[in-house]
Design a protein around this ligand. Structure first.
Ligand code: DAK
Length: 256
């Protein structure tokens, strides 16, 4: 059985589920390669307009595989080129919604932070505990957490390895929404379905501009926004959206 399972629970939506329960979904090469292959495939799939990334009802991902880390030498990092596998997610052009229940630790928290929207179960457990096993976040944890929640909370969390709940993640701005335990996946699918019904070219531009703008000077980011906005006036969906509004009917978007 595959450790990464891709399904299509709703029209336009793919669900990517990590399933390695014997190791609490820890990221080994098989899981990482499975995720990269899944996202590479979905990027090319015109039918898919949003993706939900999830684990099980009790664990999202408990981190990178510590058994593998015990044997890892620096040269192994060079040979494995893990950053190339992560890039399948960082460069993924469609919205990704992470549904997090249970542990999202270390590489698991970093994986959730590769998503555009995070839906967390109330008592999910987030954290960057790498310092406790002698390392530090290595897949964007220090930087993405810093940008999401600010320097002082980030420092506290990455220097102590302290974990925090789904509720706390929501309150500090890491989770987009907190829901009762057991309902994160259903909520993430609902959000994905809503996004999948939107005009995909507008959705893609919004994702690109928000992501690129996060690290750009404001003036540059606003220029990017303006260009993307102007470009959308060349799409059939923009005309359809305006026409449908004026005709007082539901728009029929074609993705053109
Ligand atoms: N790796 C490997 N196995 C793990 C694991 C992990 N991260 N987490 C859990 N397991 C395994 C346990 O060893 C155990 O296996 P058996 O003993 O049954 O064979 C099984 O899953 C069940 O775990 P527990 O018995 O420990 O379950 P509990 O409910 O008691 O505790 C726990 C759950 C999540 C609190 C605990 O398992 C735990 O603390 N796990 C480790 C969490 C952690 O420290 N995570 C951060 C790991 S470091 C990189 C980028 C990123 C990274 C690395 C490289 N590059 C770009 C190169 C990331 C590093 C990390 O994530």
């Amino acid at each position: 059985m595959s450790v990464v399972i891709v399904t299509r629970p709703v029209a336009g939506v793919a669900q990517v589920q990590i399933s390695r329960p014997e190791a609490l979904n820890a990221l080994n090469m098989e899981v990482r390669q499975g995720l990269a292959a899944a996202f590479d495939g979905l990027a090319q799939d015109e039918e898919i307009r949003a993706v939900v990334l999830t684990g099980s009802e009790t664990v999202f991902v408990a981190g990178a595989d510590i058994k593998v880390m015990l044997e890892t030498q620096p040269v192994d990092h060079l040979l494995r080129k893990l950053h190339v596998l992560w890039e399948s997610l960082t460069r993924f052009p469609k919205p990704v919604i992470a549904a997090v229940e249970g542990y999202a630790l270390g590489g698991g928290c970093e994986l959730a932070m590769h998503a555009d929207i995070i839906v967390a179960g109330e008592t999910a457990t987030f954290g960057q505990p790498e310092v406790k096993v002698g390392v530090m976040p290595g897949a964007g944890g220090t930087q993405r957490l810093l940008r999401a929640i600010g320097k002082y909370k980030t420092m506290l969390l990455v220097l102590t390895g302290e974990t925090f709940s789904g509720r706390a993640a929501f309150e500090m701005g890491l989770a987009s929404r907190v829901v009762p335990d057991g309902s994160a996946l259903a909520e993430a699918l609902k959000i994905a379905e809503r996004i999948a019904a939107m005009p995909p070219l507008a959705v893609a531009q919004i994702k690109e501009v928000v992501a690129a703008g996060e690290d750009a000077p404001l003036d540059t980011a606003l220029r990017l926004e303006r260009k993307a906005f102007q470009l959308l006036f060349d799409t059939a969906d923009q005309k359809e959206g305006a026409r449908a509004f004026l005709d007082k009917r539901k728009p029929h978007f074609t993705g053109r």
